[in-house]
Design a binder for this molecule. Sequence first.
Ligand SMILES: Nc1ncnc2c1ncn2[C@@H]1O[C@H](COP(=O)(O)OP(=O)(O)OP(=O)(O)O)[C@@H](O)[C@H]1O
Ligand SMILES: [Mg+2]
Length: 451
Amino acid sequence: MIKSLRNQLVVALGLLVSVIGIVQGVSSYQLSKTGISALLDLRLEQVAARMRDGFAEGIPQNPARGSQDDRDIVVVVWKAGEDTPFRTTDPALHFSPDASPGFSNAMFNDEDWRIFTRKEPTMTIQVAQRSSVRRALAEASATKTLWPIAVLLPLMWIAVGLVVQRSLRPLKRLGNEVQAIDTAHLKPLPAAGVPAEIAPFIHSINTMIERLARSIESERNFIADAAHELRTPLTALQLQADNLAPHISPGNQERFRELRRGIARSGSLITQLLRMARADAPMNSEAMVRVDMATVVRDAIADVLPIAFQRGLDVGAEEMVGSHVRAVEADIGIAVMNLLSNAVRYTPDGGTVDVRMRRDHDKVRIEIIDTGPGIAEELLPRVFDRFFRANADIEGSGLGLSIVKAIAIRYHGEVTLRNRDDGRSGIVASIGFPVDERADLSPRENTAATA
Ligand SMILES: Nc1ncnc2c1ncn2[C@@H]1O[C@H](COP(=O)(O)OP(=O)(O)OP(=O)(O)O)[C@@H](O)[C@H]1O
Ligand SMILES: [Mg+2]
């Protein structure tokens, strides 16, 4: 079971409040019962005192049997030396005049009675009441004292729940902030307004984020510097090769071409490494502009057209919506270009590459669909890994898709690659970026560009 601080607090505080409530309820019940008993005793005593003042004569000499209500007080007055009562409100009851003065309990006619006996020089006065009636009166009144607790207890549980939830809100907010951290969006957690107990955690997490940012930064700088440093000797190599070209004997032409291909491969690897480093760099929001996606797509298509033409590939665009995103234009261009050049590179001669652009909720989505061999399903999850290549026969550095992924994450977009599901072989590469809503809230009329 997942331990939840919130549940633990609610249960502990709720139980505590309940125990206090129950103890309070039981004690007020008992106190109220004893209080009512004392009051009823006092009443017996007072009635006895009035009888002494001559009120006894007011009691009828022969009251009808059973004329008294069960709840009434029974009064019996004895004259000194006589063994039948001088007056009694209930002739069926025969208390004993020899009872000791004060309060006592006795059984009469199978009923328990509470009796107060008062001895005067000339008479004995006994005032009595059924214990069951007294108990019922005391219990009825004591039960009423339980109502407030009965109503308050559930309310207390609700209050405890709300208070705990409110107190833990900063934690929940922090949890969300921590969840949003990724290498592309590293920023310290806000320390303002958090409870003092949590502040040390935030401090530690922020120190860790800082260290992480520094190490990512130095790794990125290393890649960028290394690529940059490699570029100069490679350019020199390229120049040397160009100068050598006229002097290569016909027998060595093929080996020389291989050498130049190697130089070109190294050149594009360096370009991709630099792009990779740039895509991972912290974002410079000042360089961001409103990028017209249709233009980006058209430019990318124009770039691949010469090779496509050479290889007899049909590259076409359809379903184009006018949409803008807020970004550094080169980033979006590189992302789209990498996907499109993959489609062109991995589709055999004479194939087709379709580019579509549509609105998908708050995103503008570009889909590039080719008629190439596709990618084995088990390799698909790895295509975004750095230096991963699924097809060793065709040249590539294996960095293109990881650059695309880094750019997508950077702009809160997303990129996916899947095999076509329409029965044909080929890849559907899809990339979506959040639309810059300020100007185009609705899709504009579709424009079409076909190559
Ligand atoms: N449209 C596609 N059809 C078939 N395979 C593809 C397609 N796109 C990518 N792949 C496979 O995924 C691998 C990774 O692609 P990625 O773009 O990252 O690297 P690359 O194309 O080899 O090199 P780079 O793009 O850096 O020049 C490729 O090597 C290729 O095997
Ligand atoms: Mg590629």
